[in-house]
Design a protein around this ligand. Structure first.
Ligand code: SF4
Length: 104
């Protein structure tokens, strides 16, 4: 077998890179999580329904347990600020809502 010429080698490398990158880019482009998340505010209808506040210390909700906050909730992802209960939004680590559940 003969060695590939430099232009053939370059073509093969570019084809391999494209074969790897194109499906990955297409997959990333189709993910809603890639869309910029908005900060959740207390006037959001779903936030109102769950009694969300941006500062847990300010809630008057009867379900509030002292020490609970988004930062220690199982639905909170600290790296992104995302909350699984409010897809497409970020929440404050100091926030709280009635869906709070202790992080395992
Ligand atoms: S579910 Fe948890 S992380 Fe999400 S807003 Fe409520 S308390 Fe915060």
């Amino acid at each position: 077998m003969t060695e590939p010429t430099p232009s053939r080698r370059r073509f093969l490398i570019q084809a391999a890179v494209a074969a790897t990158a194109i499906p990955l880019l297409a997959r990333l482009a189709g993910q809603p999580a890639m869309a910029a998340a908005k900060n959740l505010t207390a006037d959001n209808p779903q936030a109102k329904a769950l009694g969300y506040v941006e500062n847990a210390a300010t809630t008057k909700n009867a379900a509030f347990k002292p020490g609970s906050a988004c930062a220690n909730c199982q639905f909170f992802t600290a790296a992104t600020g995302a909350c699984a209960i409010f897809p497409g939004y970020t929440v404050s680590p100091k926030g709280w809502c009635s869906a709070w559940a202790k992080k395992a």
